[in-house]
Ligand binder design. Sequence first.
Ligand code: DX5
Ligand code: ZN
Length: 229
Amino acid sequence: MSTAQINPSILSADFARLADEAAAVRGADWLHVDVMDNHFVPNLTLGLPVVESLLKATETPIDCHLMIEEPDRWAPQYAEAGAGSVTFHAEAAAAPVRLARELRAQGARASMALKPATPIEPYEDLLPELDMLLVMTVEPGFGGQSFLDIMLPKIRRTRELIAKHGLELWLQVDGGVSASTIERCAEAGADVFVAGSAVYGADDPAAAVRALREQAQGVVDASSWGCAH
Ligand code: DX5
Ligand code: ZN
């Protein structure tokens, strides 16, 4: 049986109060940290020093989403710093297999992300090297964008490939995930849900996390892919 996990994205939090904002979502499964370098995406956020400080400031494990060029060079440092999960983009990685193995060797969960226009099929043989696959449901770069329904077939096909190979791979969705879209994602096969504005825009972020998790878990439990596990 799959468990639905909710990862609040601190991109929608107050960057001057990150420790408090991490505490505001206590009970979340992971804290999703968006690292952007202004090259891979047209936005700049934070880097390794901030992640290192955040790791000391919260007990919630950190899920680093690296929207950066040259992840082969930079991603292992996030694993070494103690991020529990490190996601690099398929479009930016020069040697994804080597990189995934390096992340695992550092003790992190290795994860690969796909932008909306990147298909899953060329990566089928790489899936056993990964602990999580992230299907972006907006163009990466900014919080608060509308969920792309056209990504649902890719989520479904990815879930089918995971089942076909009998893998214990988590399937994450990121972008526009909210109370009105999370059930569609779960129904298609996602089990890890990133939510930025839907959590930090709520009056009670921790309650929003609980409500989203309950909503998603209900669908996962009822779905054929969830029961197959
Ligand atoms: C977008 C980031 C997301 C973003 C999601 O490039 O990867 O993690 O914070 O924000 P919402 O949930 O508001 O779409
Ligand atoms: Zn993200």
